[in-house]
Design a protein around this ligand. Structure first.
Ligand code: SF4
Length: 457
């Protein structure tokens, strides 16, 4: 009932967002920074922003999320935050001893115009950065872009500050996994290891935001890409950028610095995107595709062929991040479903261009970037769907319109599993198919008339 006032009549809006299908840039920058070993994210702005970004990540990952803040007050807000950041850098290295401080800006420090690169240079000159330690940064003004843009900016910052080349010949591959879960990054590492490939996955938040409970608190858990590995990314044969919005910029930055070939692919959600991922890995490294992959793929296809009657023709609405929506929509089309409404809050032409191709055989399909969940709800009110896929904020629409709801994306605040169980690769696709089917079949059971209530489905 929370959204009962959403009207059916659609008025085009240009200057107003209602229920955004995104969150703010620093959340993404903070998330990416956790994929670097012994790294402490630092929010250059007020404490309120930092508290919000930390809580957004903690609520999704159910893990403590540590980050420091420049703690702007009135003075810094007027005169700039240089002295706050210089003092923070010194305090952080003294108290917490990270190897890297990853600074991101906020709306406030961006509006003031603080030059973070210059402040880091000053910190170096003043001896505030101990030998062997680093301060990196990304500009993340939240009045443009989204959390995916922030992620992209911080990964690009990692390349700018920390990538390197030894000149030694190698068959290594860099993989920039895009905004996906720690479980997905672990699965990407597992797949490459099974192919016998030495992959530098960065950032890598597995074993950082999905750590086992040991009874001992670790400020810096064991996961994350190491500085030594990042310093060798220039030696790799190629960089696979998974998702153009989140990963392409960093891959291109690495190419411009160290001449490493870039392959822009989708995050491997679904059978076809996983095929392309595995095929490209095989091509750039010369490693064969293991039989175990072919078998796993076959099981996913078998499931689709067994259960397609429950999925064919079902209308789906999706919202979330462009790099996730593109391969998911492709998967839905492949299994006979109809992704009729697709909305992302993240701006970018690439999303609409890809959706146009993927949805070309679904004439009623509508999709939009820089859009919001209010519009999505209005579309649904005008013609109902059979399934809604998106983050936790979709539960209000699902409840109001009585639609089965599959939680996917960021943030998921009211369910578990996303950070532990992968959605990428053939194994992840199987899990995703299972979740779709469960949602649809549970609804069929719920709505079945007494005489149509089936034991075997
Ligand atoms: S939108 Fe801007 S002001 Fe608001 S929390 Fe994000 S960075 Fe801070």
């Amino acid at each position: 009932m929370l959204l009962r006032h959403t009207p059916k009549e659609i008025t085009e809006r240009t200057a107003l967002t209602v229920n955004p299908a995104k969150t703010c840039q620093p959340v993404g920058a903070m998330y990416a920074a956790f994929g670097l070993k012994n790294c402490l994210p630092h929010s250059h702005g007020s404490q309120g922003c930092c508290a919000y970004h930390r809580s957004a990540l903690t609520r999704h990952y159910k893990e403590p999320v540590m980050a420091t803040s420049s703690s702007f007050t009135e003075g810094a807000s007027v005169f700039g935050g240089q002295s706050n950041l210089l003092e923070a850098i010194q305090n952080i290295f003294t108290l917490y001893k990270p190897d890297v401080i990853a600074v991101h800006t906020t709306c406030l420090s961006e509006t003031i115009g603080d030059d973070i690169g210059q402040i880091i240079g000053r910190a170096k000159e003043d001896g505030k950065i101990p030998p062997g330690k680093f301060v990196i940064h990304a500009n993340t003004p939240s009045y443009i872009g989204s959390h995916v843009t922030g992620y992209s900016n911080m990964v690009k910052g990692m390349v700018k500050y920390l990538s390197g080349k030894t000149g030694e010949a190698s068959r290594m591959v860099n993989i920039i996994p895009g905004w996906c879960e720690p479980s997905d990054m672990r699965e990407i590492r597992r797949m490459t290891a099974e192919m016998g490939i030495d992959a530098i996955v960065f950032p890598d938040t597995s074993d950082v935001l999905d750590t086992p409970l040991t009874g001992r608190y670790e400020m810096f858990p064991k996961g994350g890409v190491t500085l030594d590995r990042l310093a060798r990314t220039g030696d790799s044969v190629a960089t696979l950028a998974l998702g153009s919005t989140g990963s392409q910029a960093a891959a291109e930055e690495l190419d411009s610095r160290h001449k490493v070939k870039v392959e822009v692919l989708d995050i491997p959600y679904g059978i076809r995107s996983t095929d392309r991922f595995v095929q490209t890995l095989s091509e750039v490294t010369g490693r064969p595709v293991p039989v175990s992959f072919t078998d796993q793929r076959g099981r996913a296809v078998d499931l689709v062929s067994d259960m397609e009657a429950y999925m064919t023709g079902k209308r789906v609405a999706l919202f979330g991040d462009p790099d996730q929506l593109i391969p998911l929509s492709e998967l839905l089309v492949d299994i006979g479903m109809r992704p009729v409404y697709v909305v992302t809050g993240t701006p970018g032409k690439a999303f609409e261009e890809r959706m146009k191709l993927i949805l070309k055989d679904i004439p009623e399909a509508m999709y939009r970037s820089s859009a919001d969940m209010f519009l999505l709800h209005q579309w649904i009110k005008n013609q109902k769907v059979d399934l809604l896929i998106g983050n936790t904020y979709g539960k209000y629409i699902a409840r109001d319109e009585d639609i089965p709801f599959l939680r996917f994306g960021f943030p998921i605040l009211d369910r578990v599993g996303h950070s532990y169980l992968p959605s990428v690769g053939y194994a992840g696709t199987l899990r995703f198919l299972e979740r779709i089917l469960n949602a649809l079949m549970d609804r069929q059971d719920r709505d079945a008339l007494e005489e149509k209530f089936e034991l075997v489905m």
